[in-house]
Design a binder for this molecule. Sequence first.
Ligand SMILES: [Zn+2]
Length: 186
Amino acid sequence: MKTPSKSAWNSDRLDARAFAEARGHLQIDTPLTHLPRLRAEADGEEALPGDVRWEARGELRPGASGGSPSPWLHLEARASLPLTCQRCLGPVDTPLEVDRWFRFVADEATAEAQDDDAEEDLLALEPRPSLFDVLEDELIMALPLVPLHEICPVSVVFRAEDPGVEKDEAPPRKNPFAALEHLKKP
Ligand SMILES: [Zn+2]
């Protein structure tokens, strides 16, 4: 009997040690609609187009103190999410990228105890993590604090400039009191 290939890995409850030992590799397209916390950040209520393409790779690396090798996981993801531009309040397609290494430790207590000293991110082997949760956390952390268009779409309020006109010279400033002076006159 053949061993099942990719379907052997349960992304909802990953056996990270076995995944690392087997140098496992997953490549999955997850619809943005399956990531509700990320979706809540998006502009508009409609169903979001597009998928998050993500990849996970496992490997064993020698333990820090010469102990047994530790399971590591590399997570990469790319997505584009419509956020609300904070200048014009229109939707702005924002690319999100994740490229991160995680080291697995026995449990959450160990992860907390080592977290301050470790440069890499730590995850617990048990309870087995959902890669979808890890992915969603990372994508949320990749969101910009202030989403902005590079150039906001031109609003109809602004008229197109005459390309022949030199823009360098500011128009002569009007005295703001001139209008008031005018009003004062009988
Ligand atoms: Zn804008």
